[in-house]
Design a protein around this ligand. Structure first.
Ligand code: BTN
Length: 241
């Protein structure tokens, strides 16, 4: 495993994107940083993580001729790979909140930001960014965040965890043709699937919906009170949980 360890960087995703643009790097090259000064999150948000306490890392993965429609499968596999490791090393239960937040109960433990670069050679360079709250114990002002250490009441070895996650991710991506298996597992862990929950569309009132699942393209399928199914993209719906 090629690991580049940095003390501090703006964002491991940006660093790895630049690196892969300038050099031919191996698949599963990892960049991990103790501190990110400009950590990036989903929907243009930032990812804030206490220095040295957590895992903030990015993994490089090159795909050839990957059907663009199939890219959400990679998201699902990444989330699943993390949950599988966490369930191995923790007593707590974990779930995946659409599209790919890692939760325990209703607290966020980890987030994933995958940035894809489409090359003229039909290759896709995927920069798989993972932020996992490991040993941070104070989340003042962030009442929906927690960490493995708070859940399990112990301190985790971040290096061991990192290696377990990357190896599991590699194994799963190498088996990605077992699409049905990964798809079933993703839905098995899907947060609040089948349970009435509150959602809202931008600029509209809250409504009750029931998560039925996620389409192959990564859209959330919700049944509304009129018993019809609707599909939503990431920016089209907010989940109030
Ligand atoms: C989210 O919003 O839930 C996604 C968070 C992803 C954060 C990780 S930390 C390592 C990598 N580098 C970044 O700048 N972001 C991702």
């Amino acid at each position: 495993m090629n690991i580049i360890k940095l003390n501090a960087i703006d964002s491991t995703n940006v660093y790895l994107k630049d690196l892969s643009g300038n050099f031919l790097i191996d698949n599963y090259t990892v960049v991990v940083a103790d501190t990110q000064n400009k950590g990036r999150g989903q929907r243009g948000a930032s990812w804030v993580s206490e220095s040295g306490k957590n895992l903030t890392f990015s993994v490089f993965c090159r795909f050839l001729n990957e059907d663009k429609m199939n890219l959400f499968l990679i998201n699902a596999i990444v989330a699943l790979s993390i949950v599988e490791v966490l369930e191995n090393v923790c007593d707590s239960f974990f779930s995946i909140k659409w599209p790919n937040d890692i939760l325990s109960e209703n607290k966020k433990i980890g987030g994933i930001l995958i940035e894809n670069i489409f090359k003229s050679t039909n290759e896709i360079y995927s920069i798989i960014g993972i932020g996992l709250n490991v040993n941070q114990n104070n989340f003042q002002g962030l009442d929906k965040a927690s960490s493995l250490s708070l859940l399990e009441n112990k301190v985790f070895d971040k290096d061991v965890l990192l290696e377990m996650i990357v190896l599991n991710l590699k194994r799963n991506i190498e088996n990605k043709e077992n699409e049905h298996y990964f798809w079933d597992q993703y839905h098995k862990y899907l947060f609040k699937k089948g349970i009435p929950s509150v959602f809202s569309e931008p600029g509209s009132e809250k409504f009750m919906g029931i998560i039925q699942g996620v389409t192959k393209e990564g859209k959330l399928i919700l049944t509304k009170e009129n018993e019809m199914n609707y599909e939503f993209d990431l920016k089209e719906v907010a989940f109030h949980y």
